[in-house]
Design a protein around this ligand. Structure first.
Ligand code: NAP
Length: 213
């Protein structure tokens, strides 16, 4: 499998977990953070050694073809305003959840700022524990995702295949829910996760499996 050059923006629970998995599966990962000297950045640097870089957002974007947004939802708009031209034309995976009402995803905002980007909604609907350990009670968890299907639409490239690869490389089974019009459905899965894992006290390692004939 070809190495994918990925910028992971945010190096917290989600960014750190996904980025570490992608490093372990042979991809080239550049973390972009607000403070490359923070204790969190230094701990990740020590853990990953030469296999990843952790630096400024602009440097991570310059080194990447795929971008994973793993920052707080409230930080996304400022990132889009500051780095729109660097984001344009890339494959962008929105894992950030805007909390507190309104849509949880930033897909429309990303597409407005970077109209030539291929934008996917993924890695937002399960707790990070499932990305660290994607097998629950011996069963591989599913990850529901949405975004453009270039190959089916006759467009150049196959960004969806790359997203699926990155989901598999985390250890989850990708389940494609549909195009950009289905992004809200992926967010509804996140709401279901919140209701069960947190609201009903089932625990953060709760995950989902679609049973298919
Ligand atoms: N935690 C989960 O289980 C989970 C599951 C699915 C989706 N999500 C979503 O994933 C996103 C990240 O969550 P998290 O739990 O990983 O949060 P976290 O542990 O608090 O990490 C957030 C990261 O974003 C960085 N950051 C903040 N503002 C930034 C900016 N403007 N530019 C670059 N980096 C910035 C932070 O850096 P500093 O520490 O230096 O500020 C930190 O590395 C959120 O949108 C969340 O809703 C979380």
């Amino acid at each position: 499998m070809a190495t994918i050059r990925i910028a992971v923006l945010g190096a917290g629970k989600i960014g750190g977990t996904l980025g570490s998995k992608w490093v372990a599966t042979g991809h080239q990962v550049a973390f972009g953070v607000t403070d490359p000297a923070s204790s969190r950045a230094q701990a990740l640097r020590a853990e990953l050694g030469q296999d990843a870089t952790i630096g400024e957002v602009a440097d991570a974007l310059a080194a990447s073809e795929v971008v994973a947004l793993a920052v707080p939802g409230g930080a996304v708009d400022a990132l889009l305003a500051a780095y729109a031209s660097q984001l344009d034309g890339k494959m962008i995976i929105d894992a950030a959840n805007r909390m507190g009402g309104g849509p949880m995803n930033s897909v429309a905002a990303i597409s407005a700022a970077a109209p030539n980007a291929r934008v996917y909604r993924a890695f937002n609907s399960l707790g990070w524990e499932n990305f660290a350990d994607p097998v629950v009670n011996g069963v591989q968890a599913d990850l529901f995702y949405a975004g453009p299907d270039d190959a089916a639409n006759g467009a150049a490239g196959d960004a969806r295949a790359t997203v699926e690869q990155l989901i598999r490389d985390v250890g989850l089974r990708p389940v494609y829910v549909g195009g950009p019009e289905q992004v809200a459905l992926v967010d509804a899965v996140a709401s279901l996760w919140f209701a069960l894992a947190l609201g009903q006290g089932k625990g953060r390692h709760l995950a989902f499996k679609a049973l298919m004939p």
